[in-house]
Design a protein. Structure first.
Length: 170
C-alpha cells in the first residue's frame, strides 16, 4: 500500500515463500510503479529472508518493519486487510476457493471510493482523475474525458494543484 495515495495492491499468490513474494513484488508492484524508496512490512519470514533483504539492498530500497507482536503499528494496512476480509466474506462460496476471483472488483470499488481521511479517492491521488467504472457505462453516465490534449493538461494541472494543497496541509 502506498502511504501517500493510500493506493492498495492485493495480489493472490500460491504461497508466501520468500521467492514467490519477491517475484510478485518485482513483477507486479515494481513493474507498474517503479522501485519504492521505502518498503514497510510486517515481521513475516518472507519479508525478512536473506533473498528479500538482498533484493531490497540491490534495488536501493530502505526496508523497515512493524514492531514485533504489534501489527497495529501498521494500522492503515491492517484496516485494509480487515476490509478485504469483511467484503470478500460476503461473496465467496462456502468452500472459500473463489475469493481471488472477487478481489479485482473489490479493489476497483475500494480505489474509486472517497478515502475517509483525505476526502479523495486513491485514483484521484495516484492518477489525478477519477476511474471510469462499469456502472458509468451501464447507467450511461457521461465521460469526463477531455476533448483535447490542452484540456487534459489543464485538468491535470488543476488536479495536481488540488492534491498538492492537501499534501502540504498534511
Amino acid at each position: 500500500m502506498d502511504y501517500f495515495t493510500k493506493w492498495p495492491e492485493a495480489i493472490p499468490i500460491p504461497d508466501q515463500g520468500a521467492s514467490t513474494v519477491a517475484e510478485e513484488h518485482v513483477g507486479t508492484w515494481i513493474s507498474l510503479y517503479g522501485v519504492p524508496i521505502i518498503l514497510h512490512s510486517d515481521e513475516g519470514t518472507n519479508f525478512n529472508s536473506v533473498l528479500y533483504t538482498e533484493l531490497c539492498k540491490f534495488l536501493g530500497i530502505l526496508k523497515t518493519r512493524t514492531t514485533p507482536v504489534h501489527p497495529e503499528s501498521d494500522g492503515m494496512v491492517e484496516r485494509f486487510n480487515r476490509k478485504i476480509l469483511n467484503h470478500l466474506s460476503l461473496f465467496v462460496s462456502k468452500n472459500q476457493t473463489d475469493w481471488d476471483t472477487h478481489l479485482p472488483l473489490f479493489l476497483l470499488a475500494y480505489r474509486s471510493a472517497d478515502y475517509e481521511v483525505t476526502g479523495f479517492t486513491q485514483a484521484d491521488m495516484l492518477f489525478c482523475r477519477a476511474l471510469r467504472l462499469p456502472c458509468d457505462i451501464l447507467f450511461e453516465r457521461p465521460s469526463n474525458a477531455p476533448s483535447s490534449s490542452n484540456e487534459y493538461l489543464n485538468n491535470l494541472d488543476t488536479s495536481e494543484r488540488r492534491t498538492c494543497v492537501y499534501q502540504r496541509a498534511n
